[in-house]
Design a protein. Structure first.
Length: 298
């Protein structure tokens, strides 16, 4: 009897596309192009002799055969990855941790603290990978990631680090042009908006009893690092996690024009990792304990 063995690249493309129901997101997760993912899946469909996906309008949908196939192959593929990781660990390679972290958190929070961690754990080497975009699934190649959001990501444990306290910030030169003596003044000034935290301005307005739509619309940004630079350039008022602006405030490049912060429970930076990876990797356990200890210190 002839056996049918797809290659791993085809199976990874299929399972990733099945999770996302989107070839572009699967491509980002795997580090490929969407056309490469499409070719891998086409090759798999040719091998098994049936369609695994269909398009319904603009949406990608698993066929019934595709759904059954995914149910059968996803867990064994995950076990292969886990078994390979355990073998690497047994060969003494467990000191390499692959981590992804959102850029602003990395530069403002993590990098200044890392010398302390590396000095206390000389046997651990950190490898930084591309940060995960908002809708990305957690790749099996990562040990841990720092992500920004509400802490709800499928398939991983998420532990809060920092970022729920938001404060308004702007350049000293901006205050000279727009006198900001109260929350109402801030609400009327041009604002800078983070695309993943647009609603924080509404939460802030409710907290300080100002008109929620009084702010003048301003530029929008995908990353806080760029938003903070725009604030330093005098482009408007940013409402940002307090810890990200701390260094610029201390240096005088930014000011908090009014004492009008707000706590936003469903926003923050989280340390994320697969539960089974934590059980397998002592270096990850050490890194996690250090990260949480650093977060508790503020």
């Amino acid at each position: 009897m002839r056996h049918c063995y797809p290659n791993i690249a085809e199976l990874l493309a299929f399972t990733s596309a099945a999770r996302h129901l989107n070839f572009s997101r699967a491509a980002r997760e795997l580090g490929l192009t969407p056309s490469a993912v499409s070719r891998q899946i086409a090759a798999l469909e040719t091998l098994v002799g049936t369609a695994l996906f269909v398009r319904e309008g603009r949406h990608l949908v698993l066929t019934e055969a595709g759904r059954r196939y995914h149910d059968r192959v996803a867990e064994p593929l995950r076990e292969i990855g886990n078994a390979s990781l355990e073998l690497m660990t047994s060969r003494g390679e467990s000191d390499l941790l692959t981590i992804a972290s959102v850029p602003t958190f990395t530069t403002k929070w993590l990098i200044p603290r890392l010398p302390d961690f590396l000095a206390s754990t000389p046997g651990v080497t950190l490898s930084f990978s591309r940060h995960l975009a908002h809708g990305d699934a957690f790749p099996f190649t990562l040990d841990a990631a720092v992500r920004y959001g509400d802490g709800s990501w499928e398939g991983v444990v998420s532990e809060y680090l920092d970022g729920r306290r938001f404060v308004p910030v702007c350049a000293p030169s901006f205050v000279a042009r727009y006198p900001l003596a109260s929350a109402t003044d801030v609400a009327r000034a041009p604002r800078l908006v983070h695309n993943q935290a647009e609603e924080v301005w509404g939460t802030w307005a409710t907290c300080h009893d100002v008109a929620p739509h009084a702010q003048r619309p301003g530029p929008r940004f995908e990353q806080y690092s760029v938003l903070l630079q725009a604030a330093e350039a005098g482009m408007g008022v940013g409402l940002v996690p307090a810890f990200l602006a701390r260094e610029a405030i201390q240096a005088g490049r930014l000011v908090v024009p009014v004492d009008a912060g707000v706590d936003v429970p469903r926003h923050g930076h989280y340390l994320c990792y697969p539960k089974e990876r934590l059980q397998q990797r002592s270096a990850l356990r050490t890194f996690r304990e250090w990260m949480l200890a650093q977060a508790s210190q503020g």
